[in-house]
Design a protein around this ligand. Structure first.
Ligand SMILES: C[S@@+](CC[C@H](N)C(=O)[O-])C[C@H]1O[C@@H](n2cnc3c(N)ncnc32)[C@H](O)[C@@H]1O
Length: 267
């Protein structure tokens, strides 16, 4: 399948299911709807706060790549940042617009755009934030290159992508390969075909570093963190026990599903 066709399918997937919106059954676009999405998001992904450090970006130009339902975008607004948001889907941008209206904030811009081709000038943003997005686009390296291009010299990028050698990946493989009597399927194959939108990728720390080393960046930090998803928190005690043992065996956070990447653009 060509990259363009795959991207079309990715767009279709996320247009039908704005990220995180399934966690509320309240009337769409109401305050209750957004509050429920927010409460659930930070209950299951508390690591976002320490990584984002929302309140440190007051008055700074912040671009969020892949806004989804706009829960983090609202935190940048609350923190007083000058906020710009893009997402591949109209549904996500609509979510964010409604959300900001309800809470009385304004963005500099919110637009439908492709992270592989960002509609911004070079050397502009103090921070680019992207949580769980660029592993969904066919050319993740192109997206990284774009993020670096639009960052101001010395600017910071904070990006989360999925980590392939994680508890969740292995358990996902057991479910979609081993238990389906197809043990020859690779982790990458199973993630590509079964994890969220079609074509989802997950990287090793080494692969992430290799992509970054081609770019004009410094102070690279790559950490993985054991998540709600690795711990199978929403499953039975027996499955949670298995996940816990596997996590201990694989080194705890070293085998976490979220890979948190931070770097600065060289001055
Ligand atoms: C897993 S959701 C994450 C959304 C949000 N950051 C969050 O954490 O809730 C992935 C998002 O990436 C967006 N996306 C996928 N491919 C993209 C691309 N090429 N350019 C911009 N956004 C993209 C999707 O539309 C979707 O909103």
């Amino acid at each position: 399948m060509s990259d363009e066709k795959l991207k079309y399918e990715v767009k279709d997937y996320w247009n039908n299911e704005t990220c995180g919106s399934w966690s509320s059954n309240k009337e769409k676009f109401t305050r209750d709807y957004f509050e429920e999405i927010e409460e659930f998001r930070y209950k299951i992904q508390p690591e976002i706060f320490s990584f984002a450090e929302f309140t440190r970006w007051y008055g700074k130009k912040v671009l969020e790549v892949g806004v989804g339902a706009g829960t983090d975008f609202l935190q940048w607004a609350r923190a007083g940042a000058k906020i710009f948001g893009v997402d591949l889907t109209e549904q996500a941008c609509e979510h964010v617009q409604h959300r900001l209206n309800i809470y009385g904030f304004q963005a500099e811009s919110i637009q439908v755009a492709d992270c592989e081709n960002l509609p911004f000038q070079d050397n502009f943003f103090d921070l680019v934030w992207s949580w769980g997005v660029i592993h969904h686009t066919p050319d993740t390296e192109a997206a990284l290159k774009e993020i670096v291009r639009v960052l101001a010299p010395g600017g910071t990028a904070k990006i989360m992508i999925y980590h392939r050698h994680s508890v969740l990946s292995y358990l996902f493989w057991v479910k979609h390969a081993l238990l389906k009597f197809k043990p020859w399927l690779s982790l990458s194959n199973v993630l590509w075909n079964k994890m969220e939108s079609p074509g989802t990728k997950a990287y090793t720390r080494k692969e992430a570093l290799k992509m970054l080393q081609k770019l004009p960046v410094e102070n690279i930090s790559i950490k993985t963190v054991l998540t709600y998803y690795d711990k199978l928190e929403r499953f039975s005690p027996a499955l949670r026990w298995i996940a816990r043992k596997l996590a201990i065996l694989l080194g705890g956070d070293k085998a976490g599903w979220f890979m948190l990447i931070q770097f600065n653009k060289k001055k």
